[in-house]
Design a protein around this ligand. Sequence first.
Ligand code: ADP
Length: 664
Amino acid sequence: MTRSSDDLKEHVAELGREARASVNLRALTAISRLINSQLDPQELCNTIITLLQQRFAYDYVSVFTIEALAPGKDFDEAGADESRAGRSWLTSNTPFRAPRPEAPLPPDAPELDRWRLIQRATTTVPGARRVLPLTRGVVARTARHGLAAFVEDVTKDPDYFTYVTDVLSEIAIPLIHRHELLGVLNVESAQRRLDESDLALLEAVGDLLTVALHNARLYWQAQHERDAAQRSTMQLVALHKVGHHLLSEQHLSAILEQITSAALELSDGVYAALHLPDAAQKELALVAPRSIRPLDAEMLEPYTRQKTDRGVVGRCFAEAIAIYVEDTQQDERLENRQNALGFGINCLLALPLVVEDEVIGVLSVGHSEQDAFPPQLQQVLVILADTAAIAIQRARLDEALEAALAQAQELGQLKDHVLLMASHELRTPLTAVLGFLELLSDYPGSFSEERARAFLSRARSASEEMVLLLGNILDATRGELDRASLVFQQIEVAPLVQQVLTLISARARQRLISTVPDGLLIWADEVKTQQVLLNLLSNAVKYSPPRSQIYIEVSQEEVSGLVTISVRDEGPGIALEEQPRLFQKFVRLNDAINMTVRGTGLGLYISRILVEGMGGQIGLRSAPGEGSTFWFSLPAPPAQHPAQETADEAAPRAQTPPAKRREG
Ligand code: ADP
């Protein structure tokens, strides 16, 4: 080899180095320009690895950042935990302090447990995002040592492990900004051995990347804060609107629906529901459930009635505390974790609805992601729950007030009616009573004994009519029948019918024919039963023509033991469509006969209330032109009930004995 050829070679090599240096310089300038124009960290990393691969022919280039784990959590291998590994960059509040070169961290240092290196960009397997613990490998060692690793021959480095098989050399550069480790830039080469000039170049790129990542983090944080502020402003606006709607809505059912739909919207959740206690505070009923998925009854079944002392919702109610289940699959407090999955719920927030220190229900909200309710959002939902509680309470008070008002109005109307009736309806029988008594007292001895007795009997009948009227009016003003005021006893039907017939006969211009078997017994209040029969008979007498027949019949049903008393007349009859109305308060038919006959429209109404109060039934069979049959049935005394005769199946059943026919 001649001197000149040596010189030439040296010269060519020199030229090659210069050319490479100039290429490097140009690439570095390009990278630096890029860094200044690029703020999205992901795009930045993507561009840098592509540049390093294309301009410098490095085979495998990756950028890792170091991220802290949330307590009890890990990033999964594919980096699927998007909420932490994907979207957020370098979000730990405490930085990872880069170790001093003279004091590297051993692989088993406990403080390393909560840190992972997340591969943000790689040319090895595009799109892959590996998650590495800091325990093994050259990249992890670089992070633990805070020093660049130059592995000229990977086979000689015991820490080396690989995902690709053909690698010769590796260089890993720690990305350190003011004593904080941000990540690692890693280059592996298969084509050629890496040398000192690669190390120098990659250190320069590493410096640029560090500044860029730091900037990107600041930018990301600013953006994150801006987004959070924007979100919270929007939430507050939405909350304000919801509050306004809730407090101006009248109907409780609409309010309940609005609450759950607002909860779903504000939380961006998948499920929201209300749970309201029953009167005994023992169970919580599911109200207005709402989900972004279709809900079927079978899924909701376990939640329609929940015990107030069980599960997350029950505890929230019983202890008046908000309960946040960050991860429904791990939390023991949840009764049925499998069901939560069915709803697509991975985290759950249960908030008590409190008004004046009283818990009136629970609002539950579920989200598809774990730990999806940050404190700020929880605060928003607490405000929603507070507003909801007030709205529910207000609507309930409104409803109670309206009901009370309606009742007061009805009572007022009733009072007017009663006063009018009392003066109007009572006058005629009272005049009759007075008339007969006056005749007898003004002209003593002028009438035969028989005449006088007839006068007295008619005065008595008119008095009975007044008693019945007053009884009906009094019962009507009392409203609901007080069952406790009834005196139940065993009554024999035949004498009872006879007494009522005696009362009515003086007034009747019809023939009264009664067919009542002896020995039939009922279990009822005697006075009230008389009042009912008197009402039916008095109607038959009032509404059917003179000299027609009125039949009073009594029979007992074999199986149920019910005793039915019916009053059949040959009056005008009642059209089918009018019949159901007749048993309502103040209903009188608007026909010719009614024009001339006195009445309050209370008799049948009171009769129904009394019969039903005594555990019986009342009804009629009638058609225009065919007369009417009004009937009511009452139970037999408990011991007499044939259905209860279990002692001897062969014993003869109580049956309607042969009836005696009487004519009045
Ligand atoms: P009142 O007889 O005081 O009007 P009721 O409640 O006893 O009140 O009866 C309601 C209405 O039913 C009567 O006004 C009458 O129009 C109709 N009604 C009742 N009983 C008969 C009957 N036996 N025949 C025809 N209409 C009757």
